[in-house]
Unconditional design. Structure first.
Length: 493
């Protein structure tokens, strides 16, 4: 065995990582090392792969010493890049599983979920280690690389979902754009997700695995006239997560940068070049690396409601609302972020007014803010604003009437018995009313653009803590009143 060292830099300065070379016919090598506290975000272990290899298989383990309360212990992610290199942009990317599994393989005709099938060509491959958190005594790891020799085999051409389902023409369509399967750290298979989506009353979903596009071709036979499947990715950086929604199948978006690196704009534009939307996910989540640090200038939509409604969603909702009174606005949406039982696919779900059930129409509706978010398919909303001459606007629209013109806001709700409807404006909550304990309900409120520059609606369950609002059952994007309000200008490729 000939030892090699990879050189990486980062917040902790330079760090040398051991690598290995395989002699012809050799089948196994073991790499050991210890990563100190403050290690770079990603450490690359070089592996010289000889000719004639059919399959590469990697397993790893690391020490998890006990740490005092309040101190982060060890957590180590893993992935692999092939002989094309580790440069940012991912030309050599072959897969990522984070901390979800302890081993993976890849070869021409097959690969572990989260990894890309393809030939194992000769050259310098790199095992990518991501020290998510490191204990004070360091992170000692062992990586075992096994090679199998033989003919490469053939790589099947992936079958991607179609961009159109049957649909109902211009209508409200329900979707969940933030989901995880066994192709990253989820426990459901794509088939189980598709079944759960149908059971939840969804019309569309988006595949959004952490830092890999390997699931794009995993849905063959699972779509249908009743279910549109979009392809995307959850780009999981150390300074926040962004869901890429509806990118061209086969699109990979790199995640190996922080806000200080000034690279997010480049990759946000890459998402849009691939036809997708840039959606910061759970901006105020409290997990390590989850809190959003990149700002919202590049956001097409923001995920305000993530999974069952929690206090960090309440903070995100308030933060998003605070920006609505400024020139330009970014629509809101929700996503379940469901990984496994008992987390529910479609809790919450985004309901989009689209011209048809197609990728293009759904993304256009999301981008325009013609949508609301509901906790389940049982909840439906209709919100409209009408002027004195019969002018009418709906969710995401503007009603261009004089500042002193009376306008009537009407909300119709089904599936939220006993909840409270709140009319929220740039001044705050200006009107609220209880909904019937059974059956649908309707609430009307009259105002003027001078008094309310926009109006949106929250439907909330009864409060469980005195003085605090109840959890959301649904909320809408705003209807703007008065003179036109310019949307944020997104930088384009």
């Amino acid at each position: 065995m000939m030892g090699r060292r990879g050189f990486v830099t980062g917040a902790a300065g330079a760090l040398a990582a051991p690598g290995v070379s395989f002699a012809p016919g050799q089948t196994e090598q073991v790499l050991r090392g210890t990563l100190p506290p403050g290690s770079p975000d990603y450490v690359y272990l070089p592996v010289e792969v000889p000719r004639g290899v059919r399959e590469i298989r990697v397993s790893y383990a690391y020490e998890r010493p006990a740490v005092p309360p309040g101190t982060q212990g060890n957590a180590l992610d893993i992935g692999v890049f092939d002989e094309r290199g580790t440069e940012l942009g991912g030309r050599g990317f072959r897969g990522w599983s984070g901390g979800a599994r302890t081993e993976f393989f890849l070869r021409a005709d097959d690969a572990t979920p989260g990894y890309l099938p393809g030939p194992v060509r000769a050259g310098t491959w790199h095992i990518a280690l991501g020290p998510y958190t490191v204990a004070p005594e360091g992170l000692a790891y062992t990586v075992t690389v096994r090679l199998t020799y033989g003919s490469a085999g053939r790589t099947p051409r992936p079958v991607y979902p179609p961009e159109r389902a049957r649909g109902r023409g211009r209508a409200w369509y329900r979707g969940d754009c933030h989901l995880h399967s066994v192709y990253s750290d989820g426990r459901r298979t794509p088939a189980e997700i598709a079944a759960a989506a149908r059971a939840a009353g969804l019309d569309f979903i988006n595949t959004s695995e952490h830092n890999t596009h390997a699931a794009h071709g995993a849905w063959d036979g699972l779509w249908g006239d009743d279910l549109l499947i979009l392809t995307g990715e959850e780009v999981t950086t150390r300074n926040g997560h962004v869901v890429a929604i509806g990118t061209d199948p086969g699109t990979f978006v790199d995640w190996r940068y922080r806000a200080r690196d000034n690279r997010f704009g480049h990759f946000a534009r890459a998402i849009r070049r691939a036809g997708g939307l840039v959606v910061p996910a759970h901006p105020h989540a409290t997990c390590v690396g989850c809190n959003w640090k990149f700002g919202f200038a590049e956001a097409d939509v923001v995920e305000v409601w993530n999974g069952p409604y929690t206090p960090d969603d309440e903070v995100t909702l308030a933060d998003w609302d605070a920006a609505l009174a400024s020139p330009g606005w970014t629509p809101a949406m929700g996503g379940s972020d469901a990984h496994r039982e008992p987390q529910k696919v479609g809790e919450p779900q985004t309901v989009v007014l689209a011209d048809d059930l197609t990728r293009e129409a759904i993304l256009a509706g999301l981008r325009a803010g013609r949508s609301y978010v509901a906790e389940s398919a049982a909840v439906s909303l209709a919100l409209s604003v009408t002027g004195g001459r019969g002018d009418r606007a709906g969710i995401g629209d503007r009603l261009p009437v004089p500042l002193d013109a009376p306008v009537t806001v009407r909300l119709e709700v089904t599936g939220a018995p006993g909840c409270t409807a709140r009319f929220v404006t740039d001044q705050g909550v200006l009107h609220s009313a209880g909904l019937p304990a059974s059956g649908p309900g309707a609430v009307e409120w009259t105002t003027t653009p001078a008094y309310a520059s926009y109006v949106r609606v929250e439907v909330r369950h009864p409060a469980t803590v005195p003085g605090l609002p109840g959890a959301l059952a649904a909320f809408t994007n705003p209807v703007f009143l008065g003179a036109p309000l310019e949307r944020v200008s997104r930088s384009r490729p």
